[in-house]
Design a protein around this ligand. Structure first.
Ligand code: NAP
Length: 249
């Protein structure tokens, strides 16, 4: 299926590793001109650019922290100045800082809210200005199954992911008249650096609750993102698309 992404200008946050990297590569393979952000891992960022180019795509890395509103706006404005437009924003970057409520530190709550909620808000605000001018846009939030189900030890993380659903649905209503859609892709248990750190016992316990009986691959999440960014998804907005092997339905 031709997704109609040739020539579209995309920004993917947190594209140096994991799901964001798979999204950046998938969009570039479909013909989008992809810039992705990262904060610290320069080697991973360069490897991701090389992977995009090896696949015949156009890609570039830009370093900024999504929680820094000024830096995000500056990156988007610079991107639009250079490329002439911004059509697709994938708010993928996120951190998980887990811990039981009673012991959860204030500074961890501040950090997780900044990266997972404030960042997507600032970037959607900066990007939507340009999308409104172009009268075409796609905004994707990277949610999580725990935003719908909750999870022990993830009160803060699950709250941030639930917030993205409210954010996307509100944007869907606010921006619809300008032909801009806003959706959430909500992964289940996906094999990345974020989940590699979990003890084997936790991984085994999680697998028992997944009908497809395996972890997902970043590429399987990326396929859902590419679809929602495409012309084929032009009448889908305010939707939460779960990619979780049946873990939650
Ligand atoms: P990951 O492997 O830890 O990769 C995170 C990416 O985000 C990296 O590219 C990292 O780059 C970047 N990043 C982190 N903090 C950032 C910040 N403040 N500003 C800009 N970039 C930042 O994570 P992942 O597993 O691919 O997860 C990606 C998204 O999917 C997250 O929103 C996560 O919550 C969500 N998710 C993941 C799973 C899963 O099972 N893996 C399940 C549900 C939802 P640097 O290291 O250079 O900063």
């Amino acid at each position: 299926m031709d997704l109609g992404l040739q020539g579209k200008i995309a920004l993917v946050t947190g594209g140096s590793r994991g799901i964001g990297r798979a999204v950046a590569v998938a969009l570039a393979k479909e013909g989008a001109d992809v810039t992705f952000s990262y904060t610290s891992n320069e080697a991973a960022a360069q490897a991701a650019v090389a992977e995009i180019e090896a696949a015949g795509g156009k890609g570039a890395a830009v370093r900024f922290d999504v929680g820094d509103a000024e830096a995000g706006k500056a990156a988007i404005d610079a991107l639009v100045k250079e490329k002439g437009a911004l059509h697709i924003l994938v708010n993928n970057a996120g951190v998980s800082i887990d811990g039981l409520l009673m012991r959860y530190k204030d500074e961890d709550l501040a950090r997780i809210l900044k990266t997972n909620v404030e960042g997507p808000f600032y970037l959607a605000r900066a990007a939507s200005r340009h999308m409104m001018k172009a009268k075409w846009g796609r905004i994707i939030m990277m949610g999580s199954v725990v935003g719908a189900t909750g999870n022990v030890g993830q009160t803060a993380y699950a709250s941030t992911k639930a917030a993205l659903e409210g954010m996307a649905k509100s944007l869907a209503r606010e921006l619809a008249s300008r032909n801009i859609t806003a959706n959430v892709v909500s992964p289940g248990f996906i094999g990345t650096d974020m989940t590699d750190v979990l003890p084997d016992a936790v991984k085994d316990a999680m697998l028992t609750g997944i009908p497809l009986a395996r972890m997902g691959r970043p590429e399987e999440v990326a396929a859902a993102v590419s679809f929602l960014c495409s012309e084929a998804a032009s009448y889908i907005t305010g939707h939460v698309l779960h990619v979780n092997g049946g873990m939650y339905m």
